[in-house]
Ligand binder design. Structure first.
Ligand code: GLU
Length: 290
């Protein structure tokens, strides 16, 4: 059976050239190893996702020369599966309701206001208080990592595509939110459910997402899902070393297309080994001058 990898963009804006780079790496890997590329649109956050960006990303990836399996998965259509996974975790007794707001957490984490790890405020609440507050206040569901460790052991491990193993301490992981107050689900839960549903063997994505592997492995273990291999590639960066952002219109794939950049040439420049180029004015000039 062929390997399966996925590209999983969120339609929160037009794809930028760094997203394009990631998609091309997925495709290149599949071509090299006889794999199949699937597309998953991660559109659960309805406060940030827009249908026009969904349509645009399909068009932009097609322009860039991406070929994926015909059936495209959309997370917004899969809420029932995430609920079922949440129910399973609830039965396992590893979740707790969290009533904290972002604002209260930032205030509690003086002096810089950046919340690094959840301080565990709602982890210790008595059952009666939980029940009472659940009836009157909005709440999120968090994963209790200590209880998770009791069930799956204190370490998780995973393999990268080059066969190197890595491990992490389960107890050291943050009690992440698995169901947000507003949308009833959250990124990590949806990703592990969908990676399993799509039969993903190899997850290829930017290195900014590498820290999410330990918690995703914890969830896979708890839910009895198989573990993909991982490859977190370097990010494409601008001339100042900053990562690219969708809000910067000049680096979107459609703006490059509008300026007359040829997709094939763009792909060739991005995929030059061993590392991506700096995305600066010189690269763009080179592409525009043919
Ligand atoms: N949807 C995420 C993003 O656009 C990618 C998640 C993943 O690859 O696991 O950054």
């Amino acid at each position: 059976m062929a390997y399966r990898s996925r590209f999983a963009p969120s339609p929160t804006g037009y794809l930028h050239v760094g997203n394009g780079y990631s998609a091309l790496l997925c495709q290149q890997w599949c071509q090299q190893w006889g794999g199949v590329l699937v597309l998953r649109i991660e559109d659960i956050d309805y406060s940030r996702c827009r249908p026009q960006f969904d349509a645009a990303l399909i068009e932009d990836l097609g322009w860039l020369g991406l070929h994926w399996q015909p059936e495209v998965m959309r997370q917004s259509e899969r809420i029932a599966y995430y609920r079922a996974a949440l129910d399973q975790l609830q039965m396992q007794g590893v979740l707790y309701p969290c009533f904290c707001s972002r604002k209260s957490l930032a205030a509690a984490s003086a002096p810089h206001g950046v919340v690094v790890q959840y301080p565990g405020i709602c982890r210790q609440l008595a059952k009666a208080e939980q029940q009472h507050r659940m009836a009157t206040e909005p709440f999120a569901w968090r994963l209790n990592m200590r209880l998770a460790a009791e069930q799956i052991g204190h370490q998780v491990w995973w393999c990268s595509v080059d066969g190197v193993d890595a491990t992490a301490e389960v107890d050291a992981q943050d009690d992440i939110v698995l169901a947000r107050k507003d949308i009833g689900v959250a990124y990590h839960l949806a990703v592990v459910v969908d990676d399993a549903a799509q039969g993903i063997d190899v997850v290829i994505r930017g290195e900014d997402l590498a820290p999410s592997v330990p918690v995703q492995r914890v969830l896979q273990q708890l839910l009895g899902l198989s573990a993909p291999r991982y490859w977190h590639h370097p990010l494409l960066r601008d001339g100042d070393g900053q990562r690219l952002a969708k809000r910067n219109h000049s680096t979107t794939l459609r703006s490059l297309r509008a300026q007359g950049v040829a997709a094939q040439q763009l792909a060739a420049v991005l995929l030059q080994a061993p590392a991506p180029p700096r995305w600066d004015a010189a690269v763009l000039d080179q592409l525009l001058s043919g």
